[in-house]
Design a protein around this ligand. Structure first.
Ligand SMILES: *Cc1c(COP(=O)(O)O)cnc(C)c1O
Length: 399
């Protein structure tokens, strides 16, 4: 029973519906009808957590010293593991006591950062399409979003020259993410340099999400924002163990970068949570210290699937460029159909779940995101069902 005087706060009504939740309803409905779903919708890695990480967790669980409240800011040894890892990967030296903060997964950090820094009415620059926490966090905080519409002709890179001078002057924060979820686009180092110069000029705090730093292929090495001279004064960068180490359910991520910005997030979080279960921090430390062989295995798995699916989709008329990173393909809908309608029709006709691009903002309209979270046998079935249902891509006729 709904009582009319029990109403959620305005900050909740400001949120557009969470598309994944709606997709879940449709999936449940399709399952009830007996469809064998091939779920390529979520960004939920399908592999197992590396065995040494599971073993470290199991052992740490047995130690009663790990059973109490963890330290607010994470254990000193996990923070040290983070900064050591950062130095190994990017050659950037960070202070484990102020420039690294463990998070309950990067999503909470991305959203809470906005609560810590955005006042009602503050202007936040967010690309469209974007990972939902990048705009939902600022919306919950009461911020105003200026969407930076990304375009295929610009390789899905932010075009800073399209930002009006008055908007740039007002903006407080820029969220961005390369390699990108959902577009799978990557950004060259020069792009990061331009963003840093822009942010210094207009006094904008930079929030970079580098969740796919390790899921890169064919020798490509993504850039960390913190490698760029001048970035550290104005930026933070978010990382996660979810994707690289198949640890999505463990809820472990971290933020690195400017100590004053991190301090604000830490102060907020001290009032909200107690941090990560100590046993899991021990396990996470083990993950960051794994030999590169583990990374290469994960990379090889996604690369194989990428190549398989790109080739299969090519036979159905799609020309998808080889992505250099992430676990996604960003696939145009056949002309004349919206991304929601296309995703729905694919689900109903084939039982294959893909995510409509507009779930990531209006800039994602006309595309769907396919996650490479099933093995090639399953992807093959998906392709066969596409073929049977005559789902293919025909470019628009030029009149
Ligand atoms: C998966 C993902 C996250 C969330 O990671 P968690 O650490 O599991 O919360 C954050 N950002 C992007 C871009 C992602 O794709």
């Amino acid at each position: 029973m709904n009582l009319p005087w029990i109403t959620p706060a305005d900050r909740l009504s400001a949120l557009p519906p969470y598309v994944f939740a709606r997709l879940d309803e449709l999936k449940a409905h399709a399952r009830e009808q007996g469809l064998d779903l091939i779920d390529l919708g979520m960004g939920n890695p399908d592999g197992a957590t590396p065995q040494p990480v599971v073993e470290a967790a199991t052992q740490a669980l047995q130690n009663p010293a790990n059973h109490g409240y963890p330290p607010f800011e994470g254990t000193a040894s996990f923070r040290k593991a983070i900064t050591d890892w950062y130095f190994r990967r990017y050659g950037v030296e960070l202070d484990p006591d102020g420039e690294a903060l463990p998070l309950l997964g990067s999503k909470e950090g991305l959203a809470h950062l906005a609560i810590a820094y955005v006042n009602p009415g503050d202007l936040v620059l967010v690309p469209s399409p974007a990972y939902p926490a990048h705009f939902r966090g600022p919306l919950i905080a009461g911020g105003k979003i200026h969407q930076l519409i990304l375009k295929p002709e610009n390789d899905w890179l932010i075009d800073l020259s399209t930002i009006p001078e008055s908007v740039a002057r007002q903006a407080k924060i820029l969220y961005f993410n390369y390699p990108s979820n959902p577009t799978a686009a990557t950004a060259p180092r020069e792009f990061f340099e331009e963003v840093v110069a822009f942010a210094h000029k207009y006094e904008i705090m930079l929030v970079h999400d580098l969740c796919y730093a390790e899921l890169a292929f064919d020798g490509y090495q993504p850039t960390s924002l913190l490698e760029i001279p001048g970035a550290r004064e104005i930026s933070v960068e978010f990382h996660t163990l979810s994707k690289t180490y198949n640890m999505a359910g463990w809820r472990v991520g971290f933020v690195v970068g400017n100590r004053h910005i991190i301090q604000g997030l830490r102060t907020l979080k001290t009032n909200l949570d107690y941090g990560i279960f100590t046993a899991l921090q021990t396990a996470a430390e083990t993950a960051l210290n794994l030999p590169d062989m583990y990374l290469h295995e994960v990379q090889a798995r996604y690369r194989t699937r990428r190549d398989f699916l790109i080739e299969g989709l090519a036979k159905l008329g799609w020309d998808i460029p080889k992505t250099k990173a992430t676990m996604y393909l960003w696939v145009p809908c056949p002309p004349g159909i919206s991304s929601t309608d296309f995703a729905l029709s694919v689900l109903q006709q084939t039982g294959v779940v893909v995510t409509p691009g507009n779930a990531f903002g209006i800039g994602g309209e006309g595309y769907v995101r396919i996650s490479l979270i099933a093995d090639c046998d399953r992807l093959k079935q998906a392709l066969q069902r596409f073929e049977q249902a005559n789902i293919r891509y025909a470019p628009a006729l030029v009149s």
